[in-house]
Structures are given as structure tokens and as C-alpha cells.
Design a protein around this ligand. Structure first.
Ligand code: IMP
Length: 334
């Protein structure tokens, strides 16, 4: 299994969503003046869908300051890999009345859309004052019925994911990150970091090739993470990936993504990159692949042509990244 969204990334996004929800529900709408502060006896009704949304819902609600009441639906789930044909059965209904209330439906993932479509319609039918949807994950490519997502955590590819509440056959809900489920293989071991007397943390993850000499995949110190160079080695085989420059560049970046994730960072935290290429003629191809990975983010970068790289690789990349507050410490095994 590979980590798709690391724990630190989830925490950051949940905090952003909570801030938006808090701002939107601070007032009870009414009249031309835009509303009055929400009283305790008119709480926002947060409705979770059991069981998957429980982890997300708990983290989200702990960050809200508006008065909140909580209730749950349980629907019949996909089962293990079964097809959802649009028939959604309610296994457990709400305990509380939602008539005249502002309701926020909190869901872990919107896949075909049948589950939330059914619940949203039911909530409206029961006379809620307003109904909005907050979904952590959105598999847009799998959608079969339209559902407007008012607060969306992440758009993800059409793959089966586990962790942070999501299961496969009731397993993996307690993973602190979201991973792509694969039939073979166990979930990635939690990344480790050893702290030395000098205050440096030496990071290691099995999701990237192990260091093949007296060095670490990455070292964190004083709020910064310094990674070793990564080439396009497949961590599973220890061999360079086939497919030439482009495949190697993609693999090197994926290895770095995993190293960053082991320290609770992502590409958005990278401040400086150094890229070594065997042939500077590959510069445009490098830029295309690198730009795809970085999105809008534009860290500083040096690109140099090297005479040779380890294992005959065509490209090697290393990063300096800023650690997120608390991320390094929580990963430390000291
Ligand atoms: P939908 O009705 O197809 O949108 O499916 C929603 C439900 O299917 C979610 O609440 C999950 O329980 C389940 N589900 C869909 N995709 C995944 C996945 O990738 N991992 C785990 N559960 C999933």
C-alpha cells in the first residue's frame, strides 16, 4: 500500500475546513442584516455517516467554536469490493429531530454519490432549515449522480483507499493516514525517526529506497528537513525503474514524496531543490514532470549536469523542506 495523504496533510486540511465552517455558521441567518450570533439552543446539527466518517467528524468538530449537536446515520455499505447499484438502505436513523435546523452532513468519501444523494434528500424532506455537505475525499471520476460538495477536503483518483476511518473488510480504519489499498502487502510501517544528542532526527521510511551507505534518507534539524538525493530506484526491487528519463524522474519524485511524508511534510513545504541530470537536454522533460508534481508551488531550484550518478541513474533530486509545527516531534521515536 502507498500513502496517499499523510497525517499532517489531513490535519492541515481539516483545520482549514473547520475554519470555513465556523465562519459560515457563526450566525443564524435572518433578516436583511445578515443574521444574529448562533445561540446554544440552535446548534449546528452535524450528521455523520457511520462508521467511516467518525474519525474525520471528531477531528473536524473539535475545531469548531459554534454550538454543535451531533447525530449519526448508518447506511448499508459497499461491502468488500461489491458494486453499489444505487440502492442505499438506512440501517440506523437519526435520534434527534432536524426540523428547522441547519444541518451539516459529514462524510468520509463521495464515490458514486448515491449514499450522500439519498441522505441529503432525506434531510431536506424532513424539514431542515439548510443542508450542506462536507466530504473529506471526493472521487470525482467515479460519480454517477450529481452531488454538490460545499466543503471538500481532497479530490482523489479513482482508487480504493483505506485509513482515517475508511476500511476494507473492517480493517485499516485506524491508520492515521489515507493509503491506497492493495490486495497484497500490509500497510506501510509507521515512519521512524531517531533523535541524536545533537537534536537531529534521522528519518527512515520503507516507502522509499533505503540508504545504501552511511547516510540517512533525511535529517530534520531546527525546523528544517534535508533529504538525501533520490534516484529512480523502485523501493520494492531496489532496481532502477524501466522507461528512461521520464520514468526515473517520476520515481525519484515519488520516493521524495514518501521521505517528506515520513517527516509529516509534502511538496508544498519544499523551499529548495537540487536536480542533477546526466544530460541537460532533458531539461524540458524534467520541467514538465517536476511542474506536474509541484502544482502551483515554486520552490527555488538548481539544476546541474553531472558526469555520473549512482547506479547509472539519469536524474537525481534532493530537497530542503520546512517542517510543520509539531510534525517532527510527533514522528520522533525518542
Ligand atoms: P457512494 O455511495 O458510492 O458515494 O459511496 C459512499 C460509501 O462507499 C462511503 O461512505 C464508503 O463507505 C464507501 N467507499 C467508497 N469508496 C471507498 C474507498 O475508496 N474506500 C473505502 N470505502 C469506500
Amino acid at each position: 500500500m502507498r500513502v496517499l495523504i499523510p497525517a499532517a496533510e489531513l490535519a492541515r486540511r481539516v483545520a482549514e475546513l473547520a475554519a470555513r465552517i465556523d465562519a459560515d455558521y457563526r450566525l443564524v441567518a435572518g433578516g436583511r442584516r445578515g443574521g444574529r450570533p448562533r445561540p446554544q439552543d440552535d446548534p449546528l446539527m452535524a450528521v455523520g455517516v457511520l462508521k467511516g466518517s467518525v474519525f474525520f467528524l471528531a477531528d473536524l468538530l473539535k475545531r469548531l467554536r459554534v454550538p454543535v449537536a451531533v447525530d449519526f446515520f448508518q447506511t448499508a455499505s459497499h461491502g468488500s469490493g461489491g458494486e453499489n447499484r444505487g440502492e442505499v438502505r438506512i440501517r440506523k436513523d437519526l435520534d434527534l429531530s432536524i426540523r428547522g435546523r441547519d444541518v451539516l452532513l459529514v462524510e468520509d468519501i463521495v464515490d458514486t454519490g448515491f449514499t450522500v444523494r439519498t441522505i441529503l434528500d432525506l434531510l431536506r424532506y424532513r424539514g431542515a432549515r439548510s443542508v450542506r455537505l462536507c466530504a473529506l475525499l471526493d472521487k470525482t471520476a467515479a460519480r454517477q449522480v450529481e452531488v454538490p460538495i460545499d466543503y471538500r477536503g481532497f479530490a482523489i483518483e479513482n482508487v480504493f483507499v483505506v485509513g482515517y476511518g475508511l476500511d476494507h473488510g473492517e480493517r485499516y480504519r485506524n491508520l492515521p493516514y489515507i493509503a491506497v489499498w492493495q490486495a497484497e502487502g500490509e500497510p506501510p510501517a509507521p515512519p521512524t525517526a531517531e533523535r541524536s544528542v545533537s537534536g537531529m532526527q534521522f528519518h527512515h521510511t520503507d516507502q522509499a529506497p533505503a540508504a545504501i551507505g552511511p547516510y540517512s534518507q533525511a535529517v530534520a534539524v531546527d525546523g528544517w528537513l534535508y533529504t538525501s538525493g533520490q534516484v529512480g530506484l523502485d523501493p520494492a526491487t531496489g532496481e532502477l525503474v524501466a522507461g528512461g528519463f521520464e520514468a526515473q524522474a517520476r520515481r525519484a519524485l515519488e520516493n521524495l514524496r514518501q521521505v517528506l511524508a515520513s517527516a509529516g511534510c509534502g511538496f508544498a513545504d519544499v523551499v529548495k531543490a537540487t536536480v542533477y541530470v546526466i544530460d541537460l537536454a532533458d531539461f524540458p522533460r524534467l520541467n514538465a514532470i517536476y511542474g506536474e508534481a509541484m502544482g502551483e508551488h515554486r520552490p527555488a531550484r538548481s539544476t546541474v549536469q553531472a558526469a555520473a550518478l549512482p547506479r547509472g541513474a539519469l536524474v537525481e533530486i534532493d530537497f530542503v523542506a520546512r517542517l510543520r509545527a509539531g510534525a517532527g516531534a510527533s514522528q520522533a521515536a525518542d
